[in-house]
Design a protein around this ligand. Sequence first.
Ligand SMILES: Cc1cc2nc3c(=O)[nH]c(=O)nc-3n(C[C@H](O)[C@H](O)[C@H](O)COP(=O)(O)OP(=O)(O)OC[C@H]3O[C@@H](n4cnc5c(N)ncnc54)[C@H](O)[C@@H]3O)c2cc1C
Length: 356
Amino acid sequence: MPHVVVVGAGVIGLSAALRIQAEGHAVTIVARDFPSGFETIDPVTQINFTSPWGGAHNRLVPPTNATEVREHAMSLTTFAHMRATAAASPEAGITFMKGIEYLEAPGPAYRALTDENAAHDLGMEGFRMLRREEMPEGVTFGCEYDTWCVNPMVYCGFMLRRFVFQGGRIVKKELRDPVEVWDMEGLQASVDVLVNASGNGFGDPDVFITRGQTCLVANLCPATVTRQNADGSWTFCVPRNFEGGTIIGGTKEPDNWDPNPSLEVREKLLRNFAATYPQILGKDGKFTVIRDIVGRRPTRRGGMRLEKEIVSGNKCIVHAYGLGGRGYELSWGVADGVADLLKAHLGSGSSVTSKL
Ligand SMILES: Cc1cc2nc3c(=O)[nH]c(=O)nc-3n(C[C@H](O)[C@H](O)[C@H](O)COP(=O)(O)OP(=O)(O)OC[C@H]3O[C@@H](n4cnc5c(N)ncnc54)[C@H](O)[C@@H]3O)c2cc1C
């Protein structure tokens, strides 16, 4: 079995590394950033490591085209994986709960949802349309379903520990280009496949950032709640649990590189969420703010890149990046895709680029 190097230790690199390890490969992760306690991840120097700054919850996105159909299937794969992992390993940082969706101006894909087709066609467990009296003012569509949230650094730390425990090697190093791996001391000669799980794809011109500002509060919430406002803005919460507080969000700002949180935005996010879901405030009617968060979703025009590329001789790169705002919820679908591309490469010795 060839030795495989995974470049990247965010949620995508870690999931792919564990998945490849399960196939029997020796795996090394090379990355500039590795998961550690959320409290010590540096918001300035590690802002481009997205995984710590994500929510992270799993939401229903009713599919409207082939890309979304594929992503929905990946979200179901991830759901099943999360359910099994949460049951077997409570310390993994995964919590199952209701996901509540509120929309002020639902498009046709939401309006077409019924209890029956959401369960049978989309595989949504526990799906139910909300009654008018269950929805906040201004909302015209509501539903709930069974879903999961993770405390990102607890979950990613769990995956990293498992990877190392199972014999995986790690190298902390910033690369200029993933092909540097072919010549790294101790790795060369034994490696002919690497996985590019770098988030941003090393200069791919189709990748851009989508800035997200959220606020971490100590208030607890029993569900993950998302409201899509008629003006295109979002109001949501993501319980992290495991004493990780609750994320109140959030902005989605393409190509905004500002690393600094705005106090004005924080106040607006908190005010809007309290108006949507006042139960979060508890008896004292207040939020207890822990900190503001700014993250950069690695977004890609045309969607994620999940394909293999032959770079020289039989050396192959499997690309798995550009997950935008869905890295956690699609992670195990992507990991399966990486494993399939790897198998196809090793089986065929093919010299063509192929996509999943
Ligand atoms: C505010 C916000 C909220 C979000 N909420 C959710 C949510 O609720 N649900 C969800 O599914 N997703 C959510 N996301 C998106 C999710 O966080 C990302 O899709 C995911 O973290 C991307 O993971 P990744 O592993 O691809 O990239 P990253 O986490 O960025 O990891 C990239 C890895 O590659 C390494 N790397 C990069 N360049 C180099 C280099 N030159 N040399 C060496 N190593 C390198 C990095 O060090 C790191 O280890 C959210 C994101 C934000 C910002």
